[in-house]
Design a protein around this ligand. Structure first.
Ligand SMILES: C[S@@+](CC[C@H](N)C(=O)[O-])C[C@H]1O[C@@H](n2cnc3c(N)ncnc32)[C@H](O)[C@@H]1O
Length: 380
């Protein structure tokens, strides 16, 4: 097992020690748009762009869907959120559902092997808490039972001085309001009371005040706490939308192999849109060999910020150009293999290094020099 693999929480553990293993692995930080972001000390990678966790989800994962044109008229939309984390991509998508008054049936399958992240996701200060509190209520409603059975952990995160500022004020106030009722000699009772109040204020249909935002009854949210490679073997498609938000390919290659994309391809229909933040030539090459068309995504400043994969060429606004296609034929375009979707990161990297050496392709730096020279020559 690679060092990276061993440092990641893959099994859900609710023992008292698990709090410290969670704390050692996951660091909270504010990103520049004010939303909460995370950093993973095991993988040494951020979960969210430091420029803004919420902004990143909206710009890279929801805007490129062109929802108003491509999805609004569908009766059912099925979403696969791979690497849910604390849910920004799902939340940004739900905001789109709310703001467009979409009235169809939504199913979201969220894949994430760190269950604790999923369970704290409704409580996070994510920038949606003031204008769209119903996003959090939708998640709470779906996760209520699991949150209840992990109430020690949830309460610990919400009340701990280290984390408090990353929790939506509404939940902080709620817990404060009922603090005087805390039965310190009976923590179970205290937890249940806290959860009961959350239920009463956010979810219960008897609470008229909060019923209005919960008119959106047609949303099903399912979560799967295991390696996403295992989940996609048993899930049934087709999905209309796939978000792929795994850690950086070079840091954790497990969810970027040709074989993973091949399986995603079989979970797609003619109009599926798969979105990822990665610009990697190897990732694009894997998508194309797996049966997708690939195109580029650009942010508001005109910087390339990700890739779209689909079977419908009309969805691709920025096709790969000659340079991008050439780059895929160099060493930079060699993709990972994971035939049965069960290798460790170290095994994937080892096989990749051997195959890359054997292929002995032009290096990307040589290609870049040549390509630049070509461009300069063309200008002269
Ligand atoms: C870059 S973060 C994604 C952040 C997330 N989209 C959000 O909005 O918070 C990558 C996430 O993938 C999860 N992850 C990494 N490898 C995984 C795997 N093989 N199966 C399931 N989840 C995985 C990590 O626990 C982490 O939460």
């Amino acid at each position: 097992m690679c060092a990276n693999d061993s440092n990641i929480t893959s099994e859900y553990d609710d023992s008292p020690n698990c709090f410290s293993s969670f704390e050692n692995e996951v660091r909270f930080q504010f990103t520049r748009d004010g939303s909460t972001g995370l950093y993973n000390t095991g993988v040494e990678d951020v979960y969210h762009s430091i420029y803004g966790a919420k902004t990143e989800a909206e710009e890279k994962f929801v805007l490129p869907l062109n929802f108003e044109n491509n999805f609004i008229n569908k009766n059912n939309i099925k979403v696969l959120d791979i690497c849910y984390g604390i849910g920004y991509n799902t939340k940004a998508f739900l905001k789109k559902i709310i703001t467009t008054n979409y009235n169809g049936q939504i199913t979201i399958d969220a894949l994430e092997y760190n269950k604790k992240l999923v369970l704290i996701s409704p409580f996070i200060k994510d920038g949606y808490e003031d204008k769209y509190p119903e996003i959090s209520f939708i998640l709470l409603r779906a996760l209520a039972d699991e949150i209840h059975s992990s109430s020690d952990f949830i309460k610990y995160i919400i009340t701990h001085p280290q984390y408090r500022k990353f929790i939506a004020p509404f939940y902080r106030r709620l817990i404060k309001k009922f603090k005087h009722l805390t039965y310190s000699y009976n923590p179970l009772e205290s937890n249940n009371r806290f959860l009961h109040n959350i239920y009463y204020h956010c979810i219960s249909p008897r609470n008229k005040k909060h019923l209005k935002p919960l008119k959106i009854n047609k949303i099903i949210f399912n979560s799967y706490y295991e390696d996403a490679r295992k989940s996609i073997k048993s899930l049934n498609g087709p999905y209309d939308i796939i978000f792929l938000d795994a850690f950086t390919p070079t840091k954790l290659p497990t969810l970027w192999s040709y074989d993973f994309f091949k399986r995603l391809n079989s979970l797609s229909n003619d109009d599926t849109i798969l979105l990822t933040y990665s610009n990697s030539a190897a990732v694009r090459h894997a998508m194309i060999d797996a049966g997708f068309y690939a195109g580029k995504l650009f942010d508001k400043e005109g910087r390339c910020c990700g890739t779209i994969a689909t079977h419908n060429k009309n969805f691709i606004l920025n096709p790969l150009n000659e340079y991008d296609c050439g780059l895929m034929k160099t060493g930079a375009g060699v993709y990972y293999r994971d035939k049965d979707l069960n290798l460790t990161a170290a095994e994937i990297l080892e096989e990749y290094a051997i195959r890359k050496k054997e292929l002995n392709l032009e290096s990307s730096s040589h290609y870049n020099k040549f390509h630049k020279r070509e461009k300069v020559n063309a200008k002269i």
